[in-house]
Design a protein around this ligand. Structure first.
Ligand SMILES: O=C[C@H](O)[C@@H](O)CC(=O)C(=O)O
Ligand SMILES: [Zn+2]
Length: 274
């Protein structure tokens, strides 16, 4: 079963006046991982799509998605899939890949229908592409790892870059996940914005009762979303995206936009934030 929800882009002047429910309706995405379902959110931020596929006992195929009006979803798109569940398989007309938890699969434009099976919980990200690049399975050992933060500032973490120019070529997608050291709670602190690229965070590896207080909004007009396990925050180009957990968590960050330069960020210090 496939379901797709559209999220239109929001101007920062509009976001300022939103109450909690409205903020969540536009920028929070939950319920993406349901047994036997593919659930997608089609955003108008760089036409980035995020979602989940949980095949369970059966098989799920992602083929035609009405929103793109193309014969197959990947006809003019690229995709990156992260398995956040048990071992599972992803196959296309090009081949079949076994994804362990934490593995990332990049599928190039024109890969055709994508079939998910096994015990995986597959986080799906996709953006429009302009050329076909080779599909590739990337394991954590092949990712580029960056250590940031410190214990004293509770933000000691490892940024694992998978779909990233240092590892592989993509059209628009840049993706990886960040793990926090025990006792560190803050991600993306100091915070930043990058008007050139939108971003989405998927928080996972959390116990059911814990939450991440995800910060969003313009740096001088911040808001927050309270996010549970396997839920996402959609970050418009004008918004910071940072968070602190009440317990341990990992999050997948994925971006699409005008460049694939991970370092192209405009940092904002806490002194500038309101
Ligand atoms: O634009 C880059 C993204 O926001 C994340 O990669 C940041 C992040 O994982 C972190 O600092 O913890
Ligand atoms: Zn960012």
């Amino acid at each position: 079963m496939l379901s797709v929800e559209t999220r239109h882009a929001v101007h920062q002047d509009h976001a300022k006046g939103m109450d909690t429910d409205e903020l969540r309706r536009h920028f929070h995405a939950g319920g993406l991982f349901r047994d036997g379902e593919i659930r997608l959110v089609y955003t108008h931020y760089d036409r980035f799509v995020l979602g989940g596929a949980v095949p369970g006992a059966g098989k799920l195929t992602l083929d035609k998605v009405e929103e793109t009006r193309t014969a197959t979803f990947l006809e003019r798109r690229e995709m990156a899939v992260v398995n956040i569940g048990a071992t599972g398989e992803v196959s296309t007309q090009e081949g079949s890949w076994t994804l362990e938890r934490g593995d990332v699969l990049y599928l190039g434009m024109g890969a055709g229908p994508v079939t998910f099976s096994g015990g995986g919980r597959f986080y799906i990200t996709s953006a429009p592409a302009h050329r076909t690049l080779p599909s590739r399975l990337i394991r954590l050992s092949e990712a580029n790892s960056l250590k940031l933060g410190a214990t004293e500032t509770s933000n000691k973490r490892t940024i694992n870059q998978f779909v990233h120019p240092l590892v592989m070529e993509s059209c628009q997608l840049v993706l990886g996940y960040t793990t926090l050291e025990d006792g560190s709670v803050w991600n993306t602190m100091p915070a930043h914005v990058h008007d050139r690229r939108m971003e989405a965070y998927l928080y996972f590896d959390m116990t059911e009762d814990q939450r991440v207080l995800h910060l969003m909004g313009e740096p001088q007009q911040t808001r927050h979303l309270i996010v549970a396990n396997e839920e996402a925050a959609i970050s418009p180009p004008w918004s910071i995206h940072s968070g602190a957990g009440t317990g341990s968590y990992t999050f997948i960050w994925a971006m699409a936009g005008d460049n694939v330069d991970y370092t192209d960020m405009d940092f904002v210090s806490m002194a500038e934030m309101k």
